[in-house]
Design a protein around this ligand. Sequence first.
Ligand code: OSB
Ligand code: MG
Length: 371
Amino acid sequence: MKLTEVRIHRLHMPLRFRFETSFGVETHRRLDIVEVRAGERVGYGECVAMEAPVYNEETLDGARAVLVQHLLPRLAGAELREPEDVARLLAPVHGNRMAKSALECAVWDLMAQERGLPLARLLGGTKESVEVGVSLGIEPDVDTLLSQVERHVGQGYRRIKLKVKPGWDEVPLGEVRAAFPDIALTVDANTAYRADDLGRLATWDRFRLDYIEQPFPEDELLLHAELARRMETAVCLDESVHGAADARLVAHLGAARVINVKVGRVGGLAETLRLCEVAREHGIALWCGGMLETGVGRAVNVAVASRPEFTMPGDTAGSERYWDLDLIEPPVVVTDGRIPVPAASGLGYKVVPERLRRYAVEPPWVGHLAD
Ligand code: OSB
Ligand code: MG
């Protein structure tokens, strides 16, 4: 298969809720959808880089520049036989994982369609449905948080994750745990704590969390290992893990027993599969994280989470949590805390071109790769 044309759509989508984390407040998502064509067939991938480099070092505009100037030229004219060919051709480009992943996911969607396979099957997924939880942001006060938790527990989500930061941690956590003694509860700090917080964090076993996600900065693996030694509660890493090699290092150091996998953060699907192998080998539990994706990225998350290494509920909430109108049909629907893995080929959901136009902030970038 040779790619004939690529379009990149720049969209602006208002979020249905204000999402506050330790790194900022999101009220909308600006994002790129990569559309690749091979003749009549069309595949889609989502670039999950944020506008500002506050989650990781990538930015949406930077990822676009890398895609156009450095990644697309490496696929132009190439005969793609196996899905893994994409990552191999892009490998000389260092970092820029979210940019690579957007393009790689679009081509894997195309290849899955060509083979008449759901993306989940192409990835070796085995489940018929995936279990999901929800990630709840920092709220102005504890009462608002309690009502959010109540609502989402009522909607059937299998695990509640609370965003925390210094100044918004033990009080809301204690109140939520007291009001909901039996729910599966976790926290995510998005790197907000420092070495001198370690002693205090180590006392959080009392909240009976399934794990504490990314308390310390990305490059502080030893600090995470120290916390892991001082707690019963599992440490989970998100920002620190850029791929399979990091996962191996994490296992070696004992820095985490759980990894939040984001396909964009690790550079794509081929790398995600390598990470799965490391997780199997070392008994690391995986779950699929989220980047406030549209249905395009959400469909990939469902497919990835259908692999057997994903043993904990993911962050892939239903489309209606995020968007008035998602880009896909049908939308992703959560019933009793589960999302069925679609049986249709490719992403398994239909991307609606009219919605790409509706949310577009400018005409798409168009590139011709072959005749
Ligand atoms: O750390 O998991 C994170 C959103 C944006 C950036 C980082 C994170 C998140 C979330 C939300 O937690 C997950 C989602 O609902 O998509
Ligand atoms: Mg996280």
